[in-house]
Design a protein around this ligand. Structure first.
Ligand SMILES: [Fe+2]
Length: 268
């Protein structure tokens, strides 16, 4: 009896922490060559309009605590089912306080054209710039970087060919280059184009993980045992960082050993 109780306690001790879905802040450091001051990027992806406290305070406070120089919004901030309120509240909480750039994910597109247009109007009204198809120079702490972005390949006016064309058109930029792209599975294309750093989301960390054994069970685009589920990868000279995203109640299957992430990337 005592052994059975002990085994049950052990089992519960192993299983219950796996369902912890509190916000996790994950840090990465990337060597950006000759820069004099570190630059801090907050990568926010796959919020899916989920709730993080009253007025999204929990998420906004977590961003503020990191004092990022810029915020990159990597798609699926809106959801195609959940109402846009939580996404809008979060965006309103950061807009005007940080330089913010946005690329779309597949769920903005899934919302349908009419709702998609409304979501983009929310961004416009808040002054959050869309980065899709653009390459721009930005200066942070007196240092110059090139920031590029692509909208999701399922976005309106986009298809697989146009996506490839657009990514290639952004290549060949001066200095340290960053590509914000919702989908990590095109990493061979991104690396071929020579981007120094690629920031992505989309995978939700493969939903279920086993620490030290399995980094993600399934993603919609890569199937079972995805190669690129979450974390940091090196492909030639290109560093890929995939956020496991912030989706919680928008998905029916719970996250296991896969806490929602706010990603902070420090360029040094
Ligand atoms: Fe997503």
């Amino acid at each position: 009896m005592r052994i059975a109780a002990l085994l049950l306690a052990l089992l519960l001790g192993l299983i219950l922490p796996g369902f912890d879905d509190r916000l996790n802040v994950v840090h990465y450091a990337v060597d950006a060559g000759e820069i004099t001051e570190p630059v801090r990027i907050a990568l926010v992806t796959d919020l899916h309009s989920c709730a993080y406290g009253e007025g999204q305070r929990e998420l906004i406070d977590a961003v503020d605590a990191e004092s990022p120089d810029i915020i990159l919004l990597g798609g699926d901030i809106f959801d195609h089912v959940l109402p846009d309120d939580n996404a809008e509240a979060f965006l309103a909480g950061i807009a005007g306080r940080y330089p913010c750039w946005y690329v779309t994910g597949n769920h903005e597109q899934k919302s349908g054209k009419e709702r998609f247009d409304r979501q983009m109007e929310i961004l416009d009204a808040l002054g959050i710039e869309r980065l899709g198809g653009q390459s721009l120079r930005f200066v942070a702490d007196g240092q110059r970087f090139t920031l590029c972005g692509v909208d999701d390949p399922e976005a309106w006016g986009m298809d697989a060919d146009e996506y490839q064309k657009q990514v290639r058109s952004l290549a060949g930029t001066d200095g340290f280059s960053i590509l914000l792209a919702h989908r990590p599975e095109y990493i061979d294309l991104y690396a071929e184009c020579g981007f120094d750093l690629v920031l992505s989301g989309h995978t939700h960390g493969g939903q279920w993980r086993i620490p030290g054994i399995l980094n993600g069970l399934f993603t919609t685009s890569q199937g079972l045992f995805p190669k690129y589920a979450g974390g940091e990868y090196q492909i030639g000279d290109t560093t890929l960082i995939i956020s496991r995203g912030l989706a919680r109640e928008s998905v029916r299957v719970p996250r296991i050993y896969n806490r929602p992430e706010l990603v902070i990337v420090e360029l040094y």
